[in-house]
Design a protein around this ligand. Structure first.
Ligand code: NI
Length: 167
């Protein structure tokens, strides 16, 4: 749970920028990549990350612009990545303008559960991290380069002139 808006913004900036790198690495064709015909495609997961962020903020009681056509996955990877850039800055602006450090301890019913507002912001970030992990696996399956998230990705070791650790 966050106890200050500044703490949230700092973590949001880090996680949004890693997520942006993943989204910027997608190609139009890769959006069709799927783990099975019954599961979300890479494009649908990517668009879910983008569109669900203002959706969750709205559930938390924050006024923010929704993503247009949130149900229809764009065919352009660039549209998805560019929309996330806007969602990222809208999120920072809305939280900074509408909540204060003191409001983070207020309780709020979110998705049927009572929780402090400072916890809702943790959920927002955890949700993105969860789906970002799924996206990097589908990116491997699609044959794309994967950007490092919490450490170098396989291809980044060789760019540094080093071998990736065995495990
Ligand atoms: Ni989700």
């Amino acid at each position: 749970m966050y106890t200050s808006i500044a703490e949230f913004i700092q973590e949001w900036n880090q996680e949004a920028s890693s997520t942006q790198k993943v989204l910027d690495g997608l190609t139009d064709q890769s959006l069709q990549q799927e783990v099975s015909p019954e599961d979300r495609t890479l494009g649908r997961i990517a668009w879910h990350v983008v569109a669900s962020t203002p959706g969750m903020l709205t559930e938390f009681g924050i006024t923010v612009e929704n993503v247009e056509n949130g149900d229809a996955v764009p065919t352009s990877a660039k549209t998805i990545a560019d929309t996330f850039r806007k969602v990222t800055s809208d999120t920072i602006e809305a939280v900074q303008q509408q909540w204060t450090d003191a409001s983070l301890t207020e309780m709020k019913n979110v998705f049927g559960m009572e929780m402090p507002k400072g916890v809702t912001l943790s959920l927002l970030i955890k949700h993105i991290i969860h789906h970002r992990g799924q996206m990097t696996v589908l990116m491997r399956q699609a044959g794309l380069n994967v950007p490092g998230v919490y450490g170098p990705a396989r291809e980044e070791w060789s760019q540094m002139g080093m071998e990736a650790p065995a495990l």
